[in-house]
Design a protein around this ligand. Structure first.
Ligand code: ZN
Ligand code: ZN
Length: 361
């Protein structure tokens, strides 16, 4: 039977979000209902509320979540009731041209639940990134649920569902950071600082964090940056070169998503080095670079979608490293809050006061 639970809904562009009663249907074929235990507040949620992603209001926000599977629909075998899962927004299809070539992390046909959650009056909700987890319960595709060790704290585990995975994966999967590499990370919000952690986990010898906010740089240092550069005070390309013997870093991760910072990343890497773009640009942005430099400097210019993660491979492994004390996911949880506090958390996030506020249910 369909259930009525609380959910945080954005009704219109720029309007404050609020708690509303939402209707969660029973899971249909290939679907699962998950009792949410924790869900992080991400910039993307704010972006939905501001109309920056589309006009499909009302949105049910929240997408960095962990919880327990309550029920599953017909044909679901990979997870079952009682499983502790991290939700992902790229459930791979197994059948598209990327999946068929053995590269499922690029899946071009990821999917969500077929049924819709609604408001009490029947209005269909658009769940953020196909999840909608600022809610007591949510309906997702079973492939969006990845079973992990239930010993992990839900608040920490849920963060793997989006920003932290994007940053870790930008370093480990896309950037292919190896032992002894020098790595620079431009932009040290939640994603950038997760890239710092990923670089450290992968064995980077020198990790240079760049930001305009000294508070973020202090956090980067705590998380493993060996050097920090405030790009308000010094020219970041010069600073990164100076810290790498005059050459530039082997891997530069751009976690801002702006042409200026992309250019910095491009010139701050060593010859044959790698640039990873994980910051998300807006549609009007344009990049201009001398084509001769693109050719002459060699190396690789890559984009990182969701850290090129494969949830079934990466989530359980990263949770194991977390439980062994080798990956400090708790460091990303600045504060835990209630469902009613999401609007205030947006303001703190915008002011750069928090890495992550996490709603705990
Ligand atoms: Zn696919
Ligand atoms: Zn997110």
């Amino acid at each position: 039977m369909a259930q009525q639970v609380r959910g945080v809904v954005a009704r219109g562009k720029g309007a404050a979000v609020g708690i509303e009663t939402i209707v969660v249907p029973d899971p249909g074929p290939g679907e699962a209902v998950v009792a949410v235990q924790a869900c992080g507040v991400c910039h993307t949620d704010l972006h939905y509320r501001e109309g920056g992603i589309g006009e499909d209001f009302p949105y049910l926000l929240g997408h960095e979540a962990a919880g327990v599977v309550e029920s599953v629909g017909e044909g679901v075998t990979e997870v079952g009731p009682g499983d502790f899962v991290v939700l992902n927004w790229r459930a791979v299809c197994g059948d598209c041209r990327a999946c068929r070539r053995g590269r499922p992390w690029y899946c071009f046909a990821t999917h969500n639940a077929a049924q819709k959650m609604t408001l009490l009056d029947g209005t269909e909700l658009s769940p953020a990134l196909g999840i909608g987890a600022f809610a007591d319960k949510t309906l997702v595709a079973a492939g969006q649920c990845t079973k992990v060790d239930p010993a992990a704290s839900p608040a920490a585990a849920g963060l793997l569902g989006c920003g932290v995975m994007a940053g870790l994966g930008a370093a480990i999967n896309t950037g292919n950071v190896g032992r002894g590499d020098s790595v620079a990370v431009i932009g040290c919000g939640g994603v950038g600082n997760a890239a710092v952690v990923g670089a450290r986990l992968a064995g980077a010898a020198r990790i240079i964090a760049v930001d305009v906010d000294d508070r973020k740089l202090a956090t980067a240092r705590k998380l493993g940056a060996t050097h920090t550069v405030n790009s308000r005070g010094s020219e970041p390309v010069e600073a990164i070169r100076e810290l790498t013997g005059g050459f530039g870093a082997d891997v530069v991760i751009e976690a801002v998503g702006r042409p200026e910072t992309y250019q910095q990343a491009f010139y701050a890497r060593d010859l044959a080095g790698t640039v990873v773009l994980v910051g998300v640009p807006t549609p009007e942005m344009k990049l201009e670079l001398p084509l001769l430099d693109v050719f002459g400097r060699g190396g690789a210019l890559k984009s990182s979608w969701y850290g090129d993660c494969l949830p079934s491979r990466d989530f359980p492994m990263l949770i194991d490293l977390y439980l062994q004390g080798r990956l400090d996911l708790d460091a990303f949880v600045t504060e835990t809050i209630e469902l009613a506090d999401v609007e205030q958390a947006f303001a703190r996030m915008r002011d750069g006061d928090v890495l992550r506020s996490v709603v705990v249910l």
